[in-house]
Design a protein around this ligand. Sequence first.
Ligand code: SF4
Ligand code: SF4
Length: 131
Amino acid sequence: MADQEKKPVDTAAIAGMLKKKEPEMKRILNYCVHCSICAESCFLYMAHNGDPQYMPSFKVINSLGKLYKKKGNVDREFLEGIKGLVWGNCALCHRCYCPIGIDIPRMIDFTRSICRSEGVYPEQDGGESWL
Ligand code: SF4
Ligand code: SF4
């Protein structure tokens, strides 16, 4: 991580990762109707007294959603900024329930993979990807 954090972000590589999963991820992002039903099934949201930063849909829209909106054209500051959302604010416990079947953890895991590819991840994270 130490070497990578000095290098500029490889935006072409990020765009490539996004493109590869675009049909699946964008479809899911577009399906979200912002009903907030998933919120109460997230223990972190409940443990933080309903802080919107812990709402499952908020975490995805403000990380992966923004990556797609910017077409991967982001800088290190952006990736460092979403690190807290996709690691600190989500345990990937798969407990969140969406009535239309949106798989929030899958999208957060994918976002983590993108961050890791640029050397952005918490110190305790091994950096390996499951995707
Ligand atoms: S992810 Fe599902 S439950 Fe959560 S706000 Fe979107 S549509 Fe509603
Ligand atoms: S996977 Fe993340 S968003 Fe879903 S319930 Fe667990 S901590 Fe909350």
